[in-house]
Design a protein. Sequence first.
Length: 356
Amino acid sequence: MARAPIDRPITGPMVWHGRDLARSSDWIRPLSAGAVAEIDAALRAVQERGIPWPEIRKRDFALPGVSAELAQVNRDLEWGRGLALLRGLPVERYTDEELRTIWWGLGCHLGAAVYQNAHGELIGEVRDEIRLYGEVVQPVVPKSEGVTSRVKARSSGPLRWHTDRCDVVGLLCVRSARRGGTSRVVSVPAVSNVILERRPDLHARLCADYHRSRQGEEAGGEASCYAMPIFAMREGKFTTQYSRTFVEAAQKIASVPRLSAEEDEALDLLATVCDELAYEMELGPGDIQLLNNHVIYHGRTAYEDAPGPGHDRLLLRLWLAPPNSRPLPEGFEVLWGSVKGGAVRGGIAQPAPARA
């Protein structure tokens, strides 16, 4: 489905250069001692009631003061820079299960969690699973299809620029790597502006459809491929959804049109400008990174873990649908399920239960 190109620069706080973030701290929110005490009290309350973390709801995890701060974070994600960093959760004082409970409880105040794979994963572990377990191949993805971006995310290798299939992705850093693993972020509206000025012909191409593969993430009934533009707008709100890995995977399917030289050149320019405008940050234990996938691409450098159990890089990931998300263009239902602002949408659809 072809759409009208974005023919003028985007303005607003979501347009920034990496050097802007380096000079500012307004997007970093340290957790106060009072906030940590509130989180501890909420943790004890659900433990005393015996509520397992997947069953915790916002009302169960009371955060009178922190909740107001998280509401402001949601506003910053949707109307501000599109990213936020909460700093100072004392992860070393908690067990693994307590960290999942805390992260889930905080997530309940930010939005509704959506599934991250066809197996019902709600809190993902971002770590080098190849190091821990050997070769990782998702059961839903045949080996013949090669290593998917989901598997790459669970190795120690670098990750190219991409978005996740949700409105907001949150990462809680439990342990950092011995070396590397630097998080990379970039403002895609700023990238759009640069490409519009530099190569308006290629910008128009990025506003037209590219075919992407679902990479074996179908729950049943969805087409294995779908077509969407890289850049789009609705009601003055920019949106992007992108992973070159999924575009390349679609090229292996005979029914998908071959990428033209111009389409390939546009993707190359997109990656180049992302690199030019990027900001790199080191996530330390207790840091919580939150990104609006409609305006931020993220990536990662390769890393090396320290030897021994319990010393590997570990991040806990949530995919969230916040209550203040933007409306999306018509046709985006193919990926998102709903284009209505504030809807619980995105994530990976779950297979229908087998009939008895």
